[in-house]
Design a protein around this ligand. Structure first.
Ligand SMILES: [Zn+2]
Length: 471
């Protein structure tokens, strides 16, 4: 079973081969806990979780590190806005992250390094870069010297000119002593009222990029297998991480595979706290269960852009109802469909792994699950219990590889917990109405009776049929 990965570095599809046997070092750029996480964040972390789970399923031992950027201009701004300390802001939104990721069934990283706990190491790395003449001190700031790093731009494939345009963080004269517009700060002096730490260059705080390079070096070493993050981080953040890390260790490539998730857009724009167009994960989870939101996020390949619409969440809800609906199917036959059902399950399984091995194509993998659902629904009436249960078992175990526990969702539906069966029940009620129109009363009654057995009562009236759960 060979997994192939699309690598942002080089832009090619490559067979996955970790640096060290079956041990996989994976780093994901994590949250800046400045506000409630929104569904763009959910997309990134669910995608990385799906990848980690799949590699683990394939027999790799994944070591997952994800940083928490708990020092940031926006955290400081939030502290002022909310009238609490920056530490309290970071803690509050880190807790918010933990809570929603738990509901999305995202496994916790093995290590969550924090900037505030890594300051001595960050300062040491900056000192090392100055010693190697990859960085220089200007007044109370320290800058990385981009012209001194020949491979700069390899990840984002930017030309020097466009790099200057997009990467320059202000004019050179705003930052006294900065030699090249592309140079970026490793250390900057603290403004009055801001949190600061002592350093050889005065009181200040680290730049964002050096934090990740240091935390990776400290937790995983000089080279890692997988570096993940949102596509909006490719430039300048990840480009700068490469420059710092490779200049510091002299080893390259610093990260073998760069995996970037496509942006989640809303109304044609990137969803972002800064644009104010964000929908929090918590908001969504008021109307949809964690598994439904996870299903929605996995329904598009992780590298593709994902356009958020309320309708697509409804589709995910209906999709989940179809998946669990197939688990409720009853075997009704003498076994004439057993063979076909067994083959359908094998086909779905093979297709599922083909899709997943092809750059973690969860969308294609889900397509195979829906195929199997169709086959189960079509064939169960002519199957014996053992054949049906085996096909249903395949469905459950494949969904489980994606971090979706269908058994648990089904139990919640049966308990009337989260209303996820609604779409499914609506569909059956509609089907029954069609059957009655066709004068297939025996089948229509069967639908009503089976629903009643599951605790769903139908009430016919001149205006149509309503359903309710038995109290
Ligand atoms: Zn980072």
């Amino acid at each position: 079973m060979t997994v192939s990965i699309s690598n942002t570095l080089g832009g090619q599809r490559e067979p996955f081969a970790p640096l060290d046997g079956t041990h996989v070092k994976m780093y994901v750029c994590g949250m800046t806990p400045k506000r409630e996480p929104h569904i763009g964040h959910a997309r990134l972390f669910v995608a990385m979780d799906m990848i980690r789970r799949y590699l683990t399923y394939c027999g790799y031992e994944v070591e997952h590190v994800q940083n928490i950027t708990d020092v940031d201009d926006k955290i400081i701004a939030a502290a002022e806005r909310e009238g609490i300390t920056a530490d309290a802001v970071a803690q509050k939104y880190t807790d918010a992250y933990d809570a929603v990721m738990g509901r999305l069934n995202v496994l916790r990283a093995h290590v969550f390094p924090k900037v505030t706990e890594t300051l001595p190491q960050i300062i040491a790395m900056i000192e090392g870069l100055i010693e190697r003449e990859a960085a220089y001190v200007a007044e109370e700031a320290v800058y990385f010297s981009v012209p001194g790093f020949a491979a700069y731009g390899a990840l984002s494939t930017r030309s020097e000119d466009s790099g200057i345009q997009a990467g320059a963080s202000g004019r050179v004269d705003d930052e006294p002593g900065k030699r090249d517009p592309r140079d970026f700060a490793l250390w900057k002096p603290a403004k009055p009222g801001e949190p600061w730490w002592s350093s050889p260059w005065g009181q200040g705080r680290p730049g964002w990029h050096i934090e990740c390079s240091t935390m990776i070096y400290e937790t995983l070493g000089a080279r890692i297998d997988i570096h993940g993050g949102g596509a909006d981080l490719i430039f300048p953040h990840h480009e700068n991480e490469i420059a710092q890390s490779e200049a510091y260790t002299g080893e390259q490539p610093f990260a073998k595979y760069w995996l970037h998730t496509g942006l989640l857009t809303i109304d044609g724009q990137k969803m972002a706290h800064s644009l104010g167009n964000f929908i929090t994960i918590e908001d969504i989870l008021e109307s949809y269960s964690g598994p439904v939101l996870r299903l929605y996020l996995l329904s598009v390949h992780y590298r593709s852009p994902l356009t958020y619409t309320p309708e697509s969440l409804e589709q995910a809800r209906a999709g989940m109802a179809r998946l669990t609906g197939a688990l409720r199917a009853q075997a009704g036959g003498a076994g004439s469909a057993d063979e076909q059902l067994t083959q359908a399950a094998q086909r779905a399984e093979a297709g599922f792994f083909d899709a997943m091995n092809s750059d973690f194509n969860s969308a294609g993998a889900l397509g195979q699950l829906y195929e199997l659902v169709r086959d189960i629904n079509r064939l169960s009436a002519d199957a014996q219990p053992a054949a049906l249960e085996s096909a249903q078992g395949t469905l459950v175990s494949l969904a489980d590889v994606l971090g979706i526990d269908l058994q648990e969702v089904l139990e919640a539906e049966l308990a009337g917990g989260d209303g996820d069966a609604s779409g499914f029940i609506d569909l059956l009620v509609e089907l029954r109405a069609d059957l009655r129109k066709e004068k297939q009363f025996a089948l229509a009654d069967k639908v009503r009776d089976e629903l009643a057995a599951l605790g769903i009562l139908l009430e016919d009236s001149p205006s149509g049929t309503e359903w309710r759960r038995k109290a």
